[in-house]
Design a protein around this ligand. Structure first.
Ligand code: SF4
Length: 534
C-alpha cells in the first residue's frame, strides 16, 4: 500500500486555533512524529496513534524516520507548531525525499497542512501591526551564518518592513537580538512600537508593548516573537496599529476637503472596506442612545460614575503627510514667472515631485509636516493653489493672453466660489473667453463660454475614452449676474444627489434633469457663427 506523509502545522498551540483539516489528519494517521513539547501540546487530540517523539535539535532524524515509515505504507503525521512550511518540518521532509529520488507520481503521497504562523497569532494579540509589507527573520544562526541574517535585517530596516523576529534569543545565543536592535535603530526611531509575545494562545501567554529603544529591558527568550513596527506604526489605547495606507495624504485646509486618512473608512469612500458594522450614522445613533440611557440613570439617582471624555488624540497628526496640490499661475494665466518657478522648486525640495499635467496646473507632491507653510509660500509668490481629488477644479483658456479679458471677472468668481468644493467625483469646469472655445472647454464636465456679452452653458462632457463626447448645450445667453448662481445650482444638485464616485456626465444621464436643464440623448448640432470667436 502507498504510504502518506501528512505534514501538519497546528498553529500556536490552543485547540481552538487548529484547523479542521489538521485535526482530521491527526486522526487518520497511524504514526505521529514530533518534538516532545509539540506532542504534549496536541496529545488531547490523539487516540491510539503510535507516537515517535524526539528532542529539540533532532529534526533531521524525525524527517528521515517519517519518510521511512511512510515508505512502509503507513500514514505518518509530522507535526510542527505554527505553519509547517514556515521554519517548520515541510522543507526538511521534502529534502529527505529529494535525496531519495522521490517523485510525486509514484512515491509516497505528501500533504502539507497549513497552520497559523507566529507572525499572525502574535499580531492578533497586539492589535493590527502587520497591515503592511512585513517579513519574518529568524535570529537563529544554527543553520544560517550570522552575516547573512544581519544583511537581511539591514535590508528590512532599509525597506521599512514590519519585522517579525523568530527565535530571538536562547540561553547561549544572546548577542543577535542586541545587534538586530542596533541595525534597525539606524533606520527607524527609538520610539518605534514593538510587541513582545511569548507563548501566544498557550497557558503562559505574555504580551508586552514596548519600543525599539527599550525592548531589551524586557524578558525575551526562545518562545518570544518580537514584532517591530514600521515607521508608520503607532500605539493607540494599548494596541499596536500599522495604517494600511502607508502615508496619509493632505491637500488643502479648506472647509471642504477631499478624503483625508481619518475619513477613509467611511462607507461611501471605501464601499468595499469593512466597517465593523458601524457606519457614522449608526455611531451617532448609538451615542445618542447611550446619552439617553445615562440621562435616565442620572435622573433616577442611579448613576454615580463620572463621564470620561473620549481620547481625541489623533495619531495621524504626528506623522508627516504627503501634501498633494494643484499649482498654477492663475485661472486664466498660463505663464509662470521665474519667481514662481523658484517658489515651486523650493516647496518641492530635494525629495518632492512636480508633475506636469494636462489640466493647466502642475501637481506638487511633497512629504512635509508643515503643509500650511508650503501653501502660504506658494500663494505669496502669486500662485493659485487648489486641492485635488474629488473636488471642483476650474480650467480656463488664456483669454488670448489677456487681450479678450471681458469675462475674466466671472471666471475668477467661479474659481473663487467653487474651486475645491467636495463633489461625488472630480469635476472640471471649462471656461472659454469666446466662442472659439479653446483649451477643449466643451469636453469638460461643465463648460461656460462667453459669447456676445453673455454666457452659454454646457453640461455633461466626457473628456477621455473612446466614447469621449462634448457636453450638451443647455442654455444660451445667461446674463453675467446670473451665471455664478446658475453654476452653483448645478453643483449643489450634483453634490446632493450624485452617488459616490459617479462622474457628472453619468449623473446627468441618470437623473435626467439638473437645475432645470434636461439631459438629451440626441443632442442637436450647435450652430457656429462664421465670425471667429465672436
Ligand atoms: S480665442 Fe477665445 S477661447 Fe481661445 S484663448 Fe482667446 S478668448 Fe480664449
Amino acid at each position: 500500500m502507498r504510504g502518506k506523509l501528512l505534514i501538519i502545522g497546528f498553529g500556536p498551540g490552543s485547540f481552538q486555533h487548529i484547523t479542521e483539516r489538521a485535526r482530521e489528519a491527526l486522526q487518520e494517521s497511524d504514526v505521529i512524529i514530533g518534538y516532545n513539547t509539540y506532542v504534549d501540546l496536541i496529545r488531547g487530540l490523539l487516540t491510539d496513534q503510535e507516537i515517535v517523539r524526539t528532542g529539540m535539535t533532532e529534526e533531521v532524524s524525525r524527517a528521515i524516520e517519517a519518510v521511512r515509515q511512510a515508505e512502509l505504507g503507513k500514514k505518518v503525521a509530522v507535526i510542527s507548531s505554527g505553519d509547517a512550511g514556515v521554519y517548520g518540518m515541510a522543507g526538511l521532509v521534502y529534502e529527505v525525499l529529494v535525496q531519495k529520488g522521490w517523485r510525486e507520481a509514484d512515491g509516497v503521497e505528501v500533504e502539507v497542512i497549513p497552520g497559523i504562523s507566529a507572525i499572525n497569532s502574535c499580531a492578533s494579540l497586539l492589535g493590527a501591526p502587520v497591515m503592511h509589507d512585513a517579513c519574518t527573520i529568524s535570529l537563529s544562526d544554527h543553520l544560517t551564518p550570522w552575516e547573512l541574517i544581519a544583511r537581511r535585517i539591514e535590508a528590512a530596516g532599509m525597506g521599512d518592513f514590519i519585522v517579525a523576529l523568530y527565535n530571538p534569543r536562547s540561553g547561549k545565543r544572546t548577542r543577535q537580538i542586541v545587534e538586530a536592535q542596533q541595525i534597525l535603530l539606524k533606520y527607524r526611531p527609538a520610539d518605534t512600537p514593538v510587541g513582545l509575545v511569548k507563548s501566544a494562545y498557550r497557558d503562559r501567554q505574555s504580551v508586552v508593548l514596548t519600543t525599539l529603544g527599550e525592548m531589551l529591558d524586557h524578558d525575551i527568550g526562545m518562545l518570544t516573537t518580537v514584532l517591530i513596527g514600521n515607521t508608520s506604526t503607532f500605539v493607540y489605547d494599548g494596541k499596536m496599529i500599522t495604517p494600511r495606507g502607508y502615508q496619509r495624504k493632505y491637500t488643502l485646509d479648506k472647509a471642504e476637503q477631499p478624503i483625508r486618512a481619518n475619513e477613509r473608512l467611511k462607507e461611501e469612500h471605501e464601499p468595499w472596506a469593512l466597517h465593523g458594522g458601524v457606519s457614522e450614522r449608526k455611531k451617532e445613533t448609538t451615542q445618542a442612545l447611550a446619552q439617553q440611557a445615562v440621562a435616565m440613570l442620572a435622573e433616577r439617582g442611579l448613576l454615580q460614575t463620572k463621564i470620561i471624555e473620549p481620547n481625541t488624540n489623533n495619531p495621524y497628526d504626528a506623522m508627516p503627510a504627503i501634501l498633494e496640490i494643484a499649482v498654477s499661475p492663475g485661472v486664466g494665466n498660463k505663464k509662470l514667472s521665474a519667481r514662481q518657478m523658484t517658489a515651486l522648486m523650493t516647496a518641492a525640495g530635494a525629495e518632492g515631485e512636480i508633475e506636469y499635467t494636462p489640466h493647466h496646473y502642475v501637481l506638487l507632491r511633497v512629504m512635509t509636516k508643515e503643509p500650511e507653510q508650503i501653501v502660504s509660500q506658494l500663494e505669496q509668490a502669486g500662485l493659485l493653489v487648489q486641492p485635488i481629488g474629488d473636488v471642483v477644479q476650474v480650467k480656463a483658456c488664456d483669454f488670448c493672453n489677456g487681450e479678450k479679458s471681458q469675462s475674466i471677472p466671472e471666471a475668477d468668481e467661479i474659481a473663487e466660489r467653487f474651486a475645491g468644493l467636495t463633489v461625488p467625483k472630480e469635476l472640471k469646469i471649462g471656461f472659454a473667453g469666446c466662442a472659439m472655445a479653446c483649451y477643449g472647454s466643451v469636453h469638460e464636465d461643465i463648460a461656460v463660454i462667453y459669447r456676445r456679452g453673455k454666457f452659454d452653458l454646457f453640461l455633461g462632457g466626457k473628456t477621455i475614452g473612446r466614447n469621449a463626447h462634448a457636453a450638451q448645450p443647455v442654455a444660451e445667453g445667461i446674463p453675467a449676474d446670473e451665471l455664478v448662481d446658475t453654476v452653483g445650482r448645478v453643483l449643489a444638485e450634483y453634490k446632493e444627489k450624485g452617488h459616490p464616485d459617479e462622474r457628472f456626465h453619468k449623473f446627468f444621464k441618470r437623473i435626467g434633469s439638473v437645475a432645470g436643464y434636461h439631459h438629451n440623448e440626441h443632442v442637436p448640432a450647435v450652430t457656429v457663427d462664421t465670425v471667429c470667436g465672436d
